[in-house]
Design a protein around this ligand. Structure first.
Ligand SMILES: C[S@@+](CC[C@H](N)C(=O)[O-])C[C@H]1O[C@@H](n2cnc3c(N)ncnc32)[C@H](O)[C@@H]1O
Length: 244
């Protein structure tokens, strides 16, 4: 009997072969490090997305050639939970894409809070801006267009919550820019730290997987912080300052 949360139920019935189903799930934001069945099960037992997030996800999955970059429902809800529990004043996101994760991170902003999100691709920034304008948080969202490494030093806030989700070779640099500006109970969440499982290869061959592994090592050795690597989606590294 077919498991109700197997790869089959997560795919349109027209996709008959396993390879077609895997490629469908990859495009639909399911990096294969987590089994597609487990991902489908997790999605079905995660609270549904708000209407605007559904709209962004639908648009991205049908119209964007890099739809797999979208955080998606499970990770998005996790970001939203952290934000609503923490009630941050200042949130930083590196890698806006079409705006999905930014709106999740904005969920818990305090009334005077600000979310700063950075995107280098004009086209994606325009898409995100359009969706932000439909959100009740629009007045609290500051979208910066350009290279994150140059923009971060121009922002003088103490960050309560940071989501790092851009070019993987930049992670160590972003981390070093952010740690001195992390608030006392601030949290950094770094995405794709399993890099589709490629960080576990020996030797690691891909440029991005190498950069991510170097980042994971860098954080592990840093006496200023401590971290937990969560196997959500493509891996999320949650980092905070060490208690003094
Ligand atoms: C994985 S996507 C972000 C996905 C988004 N956080 C979400 O969950 O929907 C990465 C984004 O980072 C942007 N990006 C890559 N390098 C960048 C850089 N150096 N500065 C700013 N944005 C960058 C890319 O254009 C892309 O839109």
């Amino acid at each position: 009997m077919e498991c109700p949360f197997s790869i089959l139920t997560a795919c349109p019935p027209s996709l008959s072969s396993p390879s077609k189903r895997f490629s469908y799930l990859y495009r639909m934001n399911t990096p294969l490090i987590i089994s597609p069945g487990a991902e489908a099960y997790a999605q079905s037992f995660t609270a549904p997305e708000a209407g605007l997030l559904q709209e962004i996800a639908r648009f991205t999955q049908t119209a964007h050639p890099h739809a797999h970059m979208l955080s998606g429902q499970v990770q998005g809800k996790f970001l939203s939970f952290i934000s609503t529990i923490q009630r941050p004043r200042y949130v930083l996101e590196i890698g806006t894409f079409t705006g999905y994760s930014a709106l999740c991170l904005a969920d818990g902003l305090s009334p005077e809070g600000e979310l700063h999100t950075i995107e280098c691709r004009e086209e994606d920034a325009t898409t995100a801006r359009n969706y932000f304008s439909k959100s009740k948080r629009n007045h609290q969202i500051h979208l910066h267009i350009g290279n994150a490494a140059e923009i971060i030093p121009t922002l003088s806030h103490q960050w309560d919550l940071v989501f790092m989700d851009a070019d993987k070779t930049g992670y160590i640099g972003y981390y070093e820019q952010i740690v001195p500006k992390l608030s006392k109970n601030g949290i950094i969440l770094a995405d794709n730290v399993l890099f589709h499982g490629q960080v576990m290869e020996d030797p690691i061959t891909g440029k991005n997987a190498k950069a991510i592994h170097a980042f994971n090592e860098h954080v592990k050795k840093d006496p200023r912080t401590e971290q937990v690597l969560l196997t959500i989606r493509d891996g999320l590294l949650m980092i905070k300052k060490r208690a003094e």
